[in-house]
Design a protein around this ligand. Sequence first.
Ligand SMILES: C[S@@+](CC[C@H](N)C(=O)[O-])C[C@H]1O[C@@H](n2cnc3c(N)ncnc32)[C@H](O)[C@@H]1O
Length: 240
Amino acid sequence: MTREEQLRGEFNRWAQAGRGEEMERHHLPIVLPMLELMDLQSDDNVLDIGCGSGWLSRLIAERVREGRLVGIDVSDEMVRRARKKCVEHGQVMFVLGSVDEIPWDNSFFTKAISVESAYYWPQPAQGVREIFRVLREGGSAWVLINYYRDNPHCHQWGEILSVPAHLLSAEEWAAMFREAGFVEVAHRRIADPTPTPEVYAGRWFRDAEQLRAFRAEGALLVHGTKPVGVHPQIHFPRIL
Ligand SMILES: C[S@@+](CC[C@H](N)C(=O)[O-])C[C@H]1O[C@@H](n2cnc3c(N)ncnc32)[C@H](O)[C@@H]1O
């Protein structure tokens, strides 16, 4: 089984269990501050990578009235659910595909966003290069993740997840952005202000205290801009 098939199987199961919709509640508190930083314009063309059930794409579509919104996901069940909920948004489209090979032309999007997906990508550096390719010059990429090395309160997830996940540091992510060609690369934390219950009985954290510490450390946001004026080498034939 390829890594892509493995991811598809796992996230199809998540979708069938209703977790696609559930993630909106979990991720919204860290996503809203990121949307403010992104400075979305009404004519932006936005790519949402690992869009899941599509809630974020729909939310962005409300702010990007004249642009296009494309959500891609490796799970066909997530894409099917996202499409079902989106009939009212004419400018939104959901596509099955992996970040390794984004099914889109070069230089189309002005913004690319990805929430809680990048550590699953089989080859994160290839994913970041693909995002660079489909962005227009001056466009920006925004990757938000809760599983990263600098937050010690998430390391246990690696043992719980049924698919491999990359535990990389903020600096390693930023280096990948720079190597792909991005400039103005930066990273920051976004703390989750959700109140923590007194008792935690789930399996992702040891106890409520660890969940509180995890939220206080915050999610990692890495972003960068595709520079203007970088053109692929074009060789014109000599006219004789
Ligand atoms: C934890 S969910 C997050 C979904 C959504 N962004 C949200 O916040 O609700 C991760 C998503 O990333 C998708 N994903 C994982 N690997 C991917 C890849 N290589 N290419 C595209 N999508 C991928 C999964 O199918 C899943 O829908």
